[in-house]
Design a protein around this ligand. Structure first.
Ligand SMILES: C[S@@+](CC[C@H](N)C(=O)[O-])C[C@H]1O[C@@H](n2cnc3c(N)ncnc32)[C@H](O)[C@@H]1O
Length: 254
């Protein structure tokens, strides 16, 4: 529960609590707030350290949502944001939204050829957010994660520039492909060519240090690699997701 328009020390406490609240999404920075509102987020608060700066950013970068942002925004002392957040955004724009309910089984059962991105135990929240961002951009059907990291954590929302609101994002207990082809992205797999992934695939990506688990690799219908120059061990997780979606899945082909 987020108090209505908290001020002063109450705002500091409310934002700190909201960052840990699994029912809320704390959006740090103009771009995160912009995308969230554009894709239907319900904001419960929008605080701005620089109202004139928000108006200028809205006019320049997001005229579609600028009136909605202006109507919701309330000015606050920048010192409060500096106290409330580990790294206050340079734009001084911070939103708090309700997280949407996401049904992972419905994501997997959804119609259409778009792939689902499955991240096995991602550790770095900024990296996780970058995966959500490219999945949203490339038209993936959703992003599912396993492991203990919260994919809606503020650091992940920041890495995704708020694009969690553009597609379903959820943590799941087990990596069940729900009847879709399960494709393991693995540097030791068979070389992947352009458009070489099946429609409706669950594309599984491994944890940053160790890669995919033996259990997931054993279960996969195929193991594919993004070809790399000799001597390069692997791609960064989010760049691997980007390359697979754009080159292999071809999600944006007409
Ligand atoms: C940083 S990598 C993990 C590196 C790990 N040592 C390994 O060998 O898989 C994180 C994930 O990105 C994906 N990835 C990175 N480079 C890849 C490549 N060249 N081909 C396919 N997947 C790749 C894999 O899913 C991998 O588990």
């Amino acid at each position: 529960v987020y108090a209505r328009a908290p001020e002063g020390d109450d705002l500091v406490d409310a934002l700190r609590a909201a960052r840990r609240d699994r029912g809320l999404a704390v959006l740090e920075g103009f771009h995160a707030v912009k995308h969230a509102v554009r894709f239907g987020a319900r904001l419960v608060d929008l605080v701005v350290a620089d109202p004139a700066g928000l108006a200028a950013l809205g006019a320049a970068l997001a005229p579609d949502v600028a009136p909605a942002l202006a109507a919701l925004a309330r000015p606050v002392d920048p010192a409060l944001l500096a106290r409330a957040l580990p790294a206050a955004p340079r734009t001084g724009v911070v939103g708090v939204a309700e997280r949407p309910a996401v049904d992972a089984r419905a994501v997997l059962a959804g119609a259409g050829p778009a792939p689902v991105v499955l991240l096995e135990d991602p550790r770095h929240l900024g990296n996780l957010g970058a995966c959500v961002r490219v999945a949203a951009a490339a038209g993936a059907a959703g992003v599912l994660t396993t492991g203990d990291r919260d994919p809606w954590a503020p650091e992940a929302l920041r890495g995704a520039a708020g694009l969690h609101f553009a597609l379903p994002v959820a943590r799941v207990g087990a990596p069940d492909p729900g009847g879709r082809p399960l494709v393991a992205l693995d540097p030791a797999g068979a070389p992947l060519g352009p458009g070489g992934l099946p429609a409706r695939a669950v594309l599984a990506f491994g944890t940053e240090r160790a890669g995919l688990s033996p259990a997931l690799l054993a279960r996969a219908d195929a193991r594919v690699a993004l070809p790399m120059r000799a001597g390069v061990s692997s791609l960064n997780l989010a760049t691997a997701v980007a390359a697979a979606l754009y080159a292999g899945a071809g999600t944006l082909r007409g």
